[in-house]
Design a protein around this ligand. Sequence first.
Ligand code: 8IG
Length: 297
Amino acid sequence: MTDSQLTDSALTEPAAVAASAAAVINSAARVESHDIALVLGSGWGQAADLIGETISELPAAEVPGFHSPVVAGHGGTLRSIRIGDTGQVALVLGARTHFYEDRGVRAVAHGVRTAAAAGCSTLVLTNGCGGLDPAWAPGTPVLISDHLNLTAASPLEGATFVDLTDLYSSRLRGIAREIDPSLDEAVYAQFRGPHYETPAEVRMAGILGAGLVGMSTALEAIAAREAGLEILGISLVTNLAAGVSQEALSHAEVIEAGQAAGPRISDLLARIVTRIAAGQDGRDPAAGRSAADGGVA
Ligand code: 8IG
């Protein structure tokens, strides 16, 4: 069976594929479990290097259910990294499957399900996106406060009624703001893509309450909540959304803005992850989410 059949087949449970991927990842890193997972989107690729020492790195195509990325500028490996001296291990997913790739929602959710199966309790979702606020120059990081899922899809199957209140943890947003008090926050609207929005669609998203528009994150966050992960979402505004400025949008410019902002946002992300890890180390069980909160069923 090929990897894509592994995630597409109705005969294969997503949880089983995630468990086999997690076993490969944990054993390559020689750890029993990982603690924090990061999904690195456009512009965030350099962040992993600052988090700590890499203890293993696997090409996505060698791990069950994963495949090499199709888009230039999107990474393609799964890395295990010791987070400073916290004793915690990060799983950095450099290979995101986008909904627009048409591999199905199972492929989109596979990374975060694998993170949960590998033992992670926290997930940091990053992305590159368009911004609706003209004050956000390309290269501005913005915390995700909530989302609008405009894909008309769900990563969940069957009658799976999952609560999405405080999906993007206010506790973790608070930690991020301790590191950088200037961080703004906004609602992220996931469109299907792969085309960018029309100016009319951007105006619609703004009227609906969005400040950020992109093609990822929301479906992954839903699957992550089902899996019990506490989520932090951070967007890098790589361009003003269509119609907000007079400029046309180009993928090359998006990559360029990401590269220019790379060092600053990598440092920000590494500091946030280290702070979260330090908090989890001698963690007060009452401080985070747990099944006992009634938050995650
Ligand atoms: I980077 O302006 C990036 N990704 N939908 N709109 C959408 N996705 C994006 C954009 C954008 N910029």
